[in-house]
Structures are given as structure tokens and as C-alpha cells.
Design a protein around this ligand. Structure first.
Ligand SMILES: Nc1ncnc2c1ncn2[C@@H]1O[C@H](COP(=O)(O)OP(=O)(O)O)[C@@H](O)[C@H]1O
Ligand SMILES: [Mg+2]
Length: 332
């Protein structure tokens, strides 16, 4: 699908803003603080159901009572979201929804400046990054993850209380084992999917013979629910002392190897950029393979971070996608 327009009312610093999009590439040009990222954020909410950077109270324009965002696709379909200070409601045709229905979502590949530091980020940032991608690959992934996270929160609450008994945790252990195993299996599978294309895509950008590998790291020795459960139970005393759950997929990480060494220690700035670019290309390709939809590409302020070769490679790779770019400076 192609976005025809996006309209913002009381969204961040925008009282009223309308962007009419081109079929191929649209450019939002403006100084820092103009509200460029906010426009991409609004598109993201109307295609994914929630923001990539904040919650609705942060987004509502200061001093106003509601925000509204309206997205129109080229085929005439419209998705609107309204937030009244308490709840957000999606309107599609004449129906109202608390959450954006799956059939009204549309895949996005988002490229933020901070993604360029993915390799050196803390593990939690990398987990969040891949969680977002894997949720685009498989709806089950995001629903399992939110069940896991809710259960983890409940279990951790109980662990803060010294009087908690082993058996009080049992039902949470079961949920964590079930979804933890499922998520870990999907992480393994999707990492393999990404990795299988990483070196060749990287080489197509960098025009050399370097090797890049993405490796999924987890403390789960074998991926079945009963082993997971046993691990949780074995750690009960330790968990009670530290006051949180020490075992599980919430500690997973992803490593990048560059010519068999950790990329974080060995890849140069330019090489790191090529790795991330390759990752974005593969992301778009896999979404197309898995869903038969060409994702919309949102590039937030990354053009200015890239040299000519990377810029050209980005433009060529996404020529079949609708691309929306924000930039402070004009991009030729
Ligand atoms: N809820 C809000 N109400 C009013 N202004 C806001 C709100 N949230 C953020 N802003 C302001 O909106 C401006 C635009 O933010 P952003 O979209 O990130 O700009 P850009 O990407 O163009 O630099 C910033 O100056 C920010 O301080
Ligand atoms: Mg910005």
C-alpha cells in the first residue's frame, strides 16, 4: 500500500499539519524541533498501533485536550486515531477499536539515527530492536512477548516480598516457561533468517569480501518448557534474595561478528554503517517474503549521517518501496 496523506492535529508540537506523500520518495525538510520525527511517529502509530518512542500522554500537544491523526492510503482506505487524554481509539470505516486490528496494520521498516549504534548499544536496546523487527515477521511473536513481559512483571513483584513462597510463583513459572521457550525458538529462527543473507547483502554494499555474522545468544541450554521451568525453580532462592527473576530470555542478546571477531571491537565506523544498512535491506526483503507486502520505509534523519556510497545504496535498494525521509539539510 501507498500512503497518500497524513494529517496531524495537536500531535506533539503540531497544532495542525498535513503531509501529502509522493508514491516513491517524500522528503520532510525542517530544522531541529520542526516536528519531523513526530510525523514519522504518527505514521508508525497508524500502521503499527503504537509509537516507537513514547506513550500517548507524552505525545498529546501540551495544553490541549485531544490529539487526532488521520492516514489515507492511495486506495482510499483511511485509518484514524484519536486520543482524548485517557484512551486512544482507532476509527476504521465506521468501526471503533481500542487496538489497531491486525488486518489494518501495514509493515514499516524504520531507520532511526540511533540504529547506527546498534552494535555498541546495551543488550536491552538490541533486544528491543530485534523484538520490533520480529514482531513485523510474525504476529505471534509480539503477542507471546507481551504475555511473557506481563508474567515477568508479576513474578518480580512477588519476589520483592521476602515472605513469598516457592509455590506462589508456580503459575507464573508456567507462563514464563511456555512463552519463554516459544520466543526463544522464534528468535533463533529469525536470527538465522537474517544471518543467512547478511554477508552477501553486506558485500553488495561494501563491494568487498568481508564476512558478517549475527548470532543469537541465550542462556537456555535446551529449548523446551520443562527445562525452562526447572531452571526457574532452581533459581528460586537466588531470585528471592536479589528480588527479581535471574533466569530467562529477558537476558538474551545478539552479537555481530565481523570477519570472525566481535564487530564492536573490530569494525570501523563505515563498516558498521554498512552492516546496519544491510540489516535494514534484509528486514524489508524478509517482510516481503513472509507477508508479500512491500514495507513502507521511514528514514529519520539518517541521510545526513551517511556518505555518498551508503546514500546511493539506500536509494537503489528501496526503489520499489514508498520511502519517507526526514532531513535537516536538503539531500541533493
Ligand atoms: N507533547 C508535546 N507538546 C508540544 N511540543 C512537544 C511535545 N512533545 C515534543 N514536543 C516538541 O516538539 C518538537 C518536535 O519534535 P521532533 O518531532 O522530535 O522534531 P524534529 O524531528 O523535527 O527535530 C520538539 O521541539 C519537542 O520539544
Ligand atoms: Mg527528529
Amino acid at each position: 500500500m501507498i500512503i497518500k496523506s497524513i494529517k496531524l492535529t495537536n500531535f506533539r508540537n503540531h497544532s495542525s499539519f498535513l503531509l501529502k506523500c509522493e508514491d516513491e520518495t517524500s522528503l520532510i525538510l525542517g530544522d531541529n524541533g520542526f516536528g519531523k520525527t513526530s510525523v514519522l511517529e504518527a505514521i508508525y502509530i497508524l500502521t503499527q498501533g503504537k509509537s516507537f518512542r513514547a506513550t500517548d500522554p507524552d505525545i498529546l500537544k501540551h495544553g490541549t485536550e485531544f490529539y487526532r491523526i488521520e492516514l489515507e492510503y492511495q486506495n482510499g482506505e483511511k485509518t484514524t486515531a484519536t486520543y482524548d487524554g485517557k484512551t486512544k481509539t482507532f476509527h476504521i470505516l465506521d468501526q471503533k477499536f481500542k487496538r489497531l486490528p491486525k488486518k489494518n496494520k501495514y509493515p514499516i521498516v524504520l531507520f532511526l539515527p540511533s540504529d547506527l549504534n546498534l552494535i555498541s548499544h546495551a543488550p536491552s536496546r538490541r533486544r528491543d530492536y530485534f523484538d520490533r523487527i520480529f514482531s513485523e515477521f510474525d504476529e505471534n511473536y509480539s503477542s507471546s512477548l507481551s504475555k511473557y513481559e506481563k508474567a515477568l512483571k508479576q513474578r518480580n513483584e512477588l519476589l520483592k516480598n521476602e515472605a513469598t513462597l516457592r509455590e506462589d510463583l508456580f503459575s507464573w513459572n508456567l507462563i514464563l516457561s511456555k512463552y519463554g521457550t516459544l520466543i526463544s525458538n522464534l528468535r533463533e529462527e529469525f536470527t538465522k533468517d537474517l544471518n543467512s543473507k547478511l554477508t552477501s547483502t553486506y558485500r553488495s554494499i561494501s563491494k568487498n569480501q568481508d564476512n558478517v555474522d549475527l548470532i543469537y545468544q541465550t542462556e537456555l541450554k535446551s529449548k523446551n518448557e520443562s527445562t525452562y521451568l526447572k531452571n526457574l525453580e532452581q533459581n528460586f532462592e537466588k531470585d528471592l534474595i536479589v528480588g527479581h527473576t535471574t533466569f530467562g530470555i529477558h537476558h538474551d542478546d545478539y552479537l555481530f561478528n565481523f570477519n570472525q571477531n566481535l564487530a564492536n571491537n573490530s569494525a570501523s565506523r563505515g563498516e558498521t554503517r554498512s552492516i546496519i544498512l544491510a540489516l535494514k535491506f534484509i528486514e524489508a526483503e524478509l517482510i516481503f517474503q513472509k507477508q508479500n507486502l512491500r514495507p513502507i520505509i521511514l528514514l529519520d534523519d539518517v541521510f545526513s549521517e551517511l556518505d555518498t556510497i551508503h546514500r546511493e545504496s539506500l536509494t537503489n535498494n528501496f526503489k520499489d518501496n514508498q520511502v519517507i525521509i526526514t532531513s535537516v539539510e536538503s539531500i541533493k
